[in-house]
Structure formats: C-alpha cells, structure tokens
Design a protein around this ligand. Structure first.
Ligand SMILES: [Cu+2]
Length: 470
C-alpha cells in the first residue's frame, strides 16, 4: 500500500502558486506569496534557511509552511479555502482547509520569534484563526466577535505576536466552529526552544499529526457538519489507514511524536513494542518528576500530547487508537451481530434464488477485510491494508512505527516490510494436542441473589454495532 505511493517527494513537490480570483493582485502585492500543496504526501522536514536553527518536525501526510523574513519578522501566509483531500488512495473528500490541504501546513518557529501571519479568506463565509495554546496579546487570539471581527470572504487579516513559550500548539477557526472544524480546518504549530532546554530533549525524529474525524456517507464527498457523536471516519491529518504513512525511524533513534486532538471524543493512542514517556502537554514540557512509562496515552478533546521513546526494537510496530471502532472506516450496511449463527442452509436456499447472495459476519467480521464487496464510488472500505501476512483488517487511526537498523539518519523513506529473523514469527502448532486440564468449579462463594429469574438465561454477546456508525 504505501509502496504504491512516493513516500517522501521532497521540497520540490511544494508548488508555489499565487492565489487568484476574489483577492485582487494589488491587494496581494505586499503579502508573502502563499505556498500551496496539492498532494497528501509526507513532505521532507523543512530545514530552516533563515532565523535560529532547529531540528524540524515531520508532519505525517503533511508539510511545513515556508516563511519570509521581513526586518526580523517571520511572515507566513495562510489561505483558508475549500480543498480536495485524498483521505486514502482512491478516496477523496471535499473539505475546507488551508493552502490546498486539510489539515493546513504546520507552522514552525523558535521561542522569541516575532511572527506575522497573513490570513486570506477564500471560503464562502467569514472565518478567523485561533492560535490554540499560545501566550499572546488578547486581540490576537482569534475569537470572532470577542477579540476581533470575522474575516469576511475575500479579506485578509494580519495576526502578529511573539512566540513566547516553546511547545506544541494547534491553530483552528474560532468562527462558525462546528462547521469549519467538521470540514477540516486545523493545523499544527511547533515553537522550538531557542537554546538547550532542561525539559526538552534533542531527538532524532520528531513527528506531528492531528487527530480528526469526519462523517461522510459512503459514496458522498462532503462531510456532514451537524454530527456530534456518530462520525464514521477517524483520521490522522485527514488520512485513514491504509492511507496513513508509516513513521520510519532508525534503530536506537530517540523519537518524539506530537499529537493534538480536534475531534469530539478522546483517543487512547497505543504503541506496540516500546514504552514511552509523556514529555509534554498543551501547557508545555512536563516536569520530569511527573513522567512515567506507558504504552497507551489518552488524548482528550482539545488536548495535545507529546510522547518520547528510544526505538530500540526492530520491526513493524502497530501504532493506533485503542478504541476499536476508531480503527475501522465507514460502512454503509446495517450489520447485526451474526457470530455463532449458522446460515449455511438459509444461504443455500437463498442462493438458489439470488446467485450472488452472501451473509456477513457469522465468523466475526474479519472476512470483510478480504471480501471484494461492491461499494459505491468514492467509498473507503471498512478495513483493509495488505500486509506481508495478509489483510491487516484495520482502517481509521492506524499506522506503524517502522524501526530499522539500516535506515539512514534523516531518511524517512518506507523501507518495506520488516524481514523477521528465522524463528521469530508466531507459527502454527502441528504436533499432538494434549487434553486441556480444567479446574473443578469452585462456585458457591458469591452472595446469594434475592430475586432469581424464573428461568436461567444464557446471555448472547451482541456487539454494539447496530448501525455501524462508530
Ligand atoms: Cu480513537
């Protein structure tokens, strides 16, 4: 899957283009030329060519916005506009975003930088940009109606402030928020420390992505904006597995991953094969005395978390949200739980009438990963991803951390599948099967029930998937 695409196409793929149409050329003359991106590829880190140096981040399936230095001020130009986002190969969504993509480009600056951001609105309604988590003058906080007038369609506003504290931040509209965030308007912001910081370690790899969610009916292109709970596409940077690029690292690299949650529910993010420390939150780096090792960290709504670990175990390690419905994509069918129901006779009878008839789910849902079901155009399959041992049966918020000893420093190209050393893959047992030893029941110790049901019932587990809306 990832091999089908060019993982890192380099800075050359960032195409400069002057925004045309509703904003006049004269008005734009004094502004930095907006840089647009049309591809969903993970772009090479943008090494700073002016200002203080730093180790740039890698935005998963995204990119960093170039800037212009103007008398010591870093000038950026964001264009809020409708965009087409390929959420995974062959599945496109009509979203709103910035500079050609959703999410918008990552903004990277250094603690102490004076930053000026021009925001041009090419949406059909007003907008604003809130710089989530920043210390800044109140009037630069971007809350429409409260701290500024909305930016009307065709207008450009200027935000200017000093990036006062190092850390992990986000940006998003604070105008018609429910609609604009449901449509994909958001981006990441990193403020690097200006000098060695006692709580911020230098790392070899620094990845960033936003947790976001959409409700797009199978076959449709545009998200439903009124949805509060029943989202059906759980994405990282507006991509769903198998469209999310792997996080490629060299063995023994120190790795930092920064995540921000702009969905309406929490996401317990889980890494296989390694333990990590939460080294930062929305409020900046965490004091060392508060850190403990985990393999799952919950990222609540509106929060940011940065995790760090040494990648000292080679392999293809799953990295995903631990809510199982968040590692599946949209499904258009009503699927009752069929586990344990033997349909064979019924199917044989119906198949006599309807030759293509099939039943889903009587052995679990894994068959769905392999079945070539006819789907409406532009529909992401519920779970897929061709792995080295078959279908991965995942969707949504799922990727891999690929740890390789021969990966070069600074090389983020997908190395392909891990080649397991002989004897290190789970294998089928073909020897004799001894009879299992079963313990005698040790019941009779529970507290007596007062009102016993008239007849004993054996409960059948029914998975909560009535409408397959996760
Ligand atoms: Cu989740």
């Amino acid at each position: 899957m990832t091999n089908r695409r060019n993982f890192l196409t380099g800075a050359g793929a960032i195409t400069g283009a002057v925004v045309a149409a509703s904003v006049s050329k004269v008005a734009m003359a004094a502004l930095p030329e907006p840089v647009l991106q049309t591809k969903p590829d993970t772009m090479a880190p943008l090494v700073p060519n002016s200002g203080r140096p730093y180790n740039p981040v890698v935005t998963l399936n995204g990119w960093t916005l170039p800037w212009r230095m103007n008398n010591g001020v870093k000038e950026f130009h964001l264009v809020a506009e409708p965009v087409v986002r390929e959420m995974s190969p062959g599945f496109k969504a009509h979203l709103w975003g910035y500079n050609g993509q959703s999410p918008g480009p990552t903004i990277e600056v250094v603690e102490g930088d004076r930053v000026r951001i021009f925001v041009t609105n090419k949406l059909p309604e007003h907008t604003s940009v809130h710089w989530h988590g920043q210390r800044l003058p109140n009037g630069m906080d971007g809350v429409t109606g409260l701290t500024q007038k909305g930016i009307d369609p065709g207008k450009t506003f200027v935000y200017e402030f000093v990036a006062r504290r190092p850390g992990t931040f986000m940006y998003h509209p604070h105008a018609d928020e429910m609609v604009q965030m449901a449509m994909g308007m958001m981006g990441f912001w990193i403020t690097h420390p200006k000098a060695k910081h006692p709580l911020i370690d230098e790392v070899d790899r620094d990845f960033v992505f936003l947790l976001n969610a959409y409700d797009i009916d199978p076959g449709a292109y545009t998200p439903k904006i009124m949805t509060m709970l029943e989202f059906n596409l759980w994405s990282w940077n507006s991509r769903v597995f198998p469209g999310i690029d792997p996080l490629v690292v060299r063995k023994n690299d120190k790795v930092r991953i920064r995540m921000g949650n702009l969905t309406m529910t929490n996401h317990p993010i889980h890494l296989h094969g390694h333990e990590f420390l939460v080294t930062g939150t929305d409020g900046g780096p965490t004091p060392k005395s508060t850190r403990w090792y985990e393999v799952t960290t919950d990222v609540a709504v509106g929060q940011m978390r940065q995790i760090e670990f040494v990648a000292d175990e080679e392999g293809d390690w799953a990295f995903h949200c631990h809510k199982s419905h968040h590692t599946m994509n949209a499904m258009g069918h009503d699927v009752p739980t069929m586990i344990g129901v033997d349909h064979r006779k019924v199917v044989r009878d119906i198949a006599n009438l309807i030759p293509d008839y099939m039943v889903m789910g009587e052995r679990g849902m894994a068959d769905m990963g392999e079945m070539e079901m006819p789907l409406p155009d532009n529909t992401e399959r519920m779970m897929s991803g061709a792995g080295p041992f078959g279908t991965v049966e995942m969707g949504g918020m799922f990727s891999m951390v690929k740890v390789r000893k021969d990966q070069k420093p600074g090389d983020y190209k997908d190395p392909g599948w891990y080649k397991h050393p002989a004897g290190e893959v789970a294998y089928e047992w073909t020897g004799a099967m001894p009879n299992p030893a079963r313990f005698a029941a040790e019941g009779g110790q529970t507290m007596p029930v007062q009102n016993m049901p008239a007849k004993e019932v054996e409960v059948q587990v029914r998975k909560p998937m009535g409408r397959m809306k996760h």
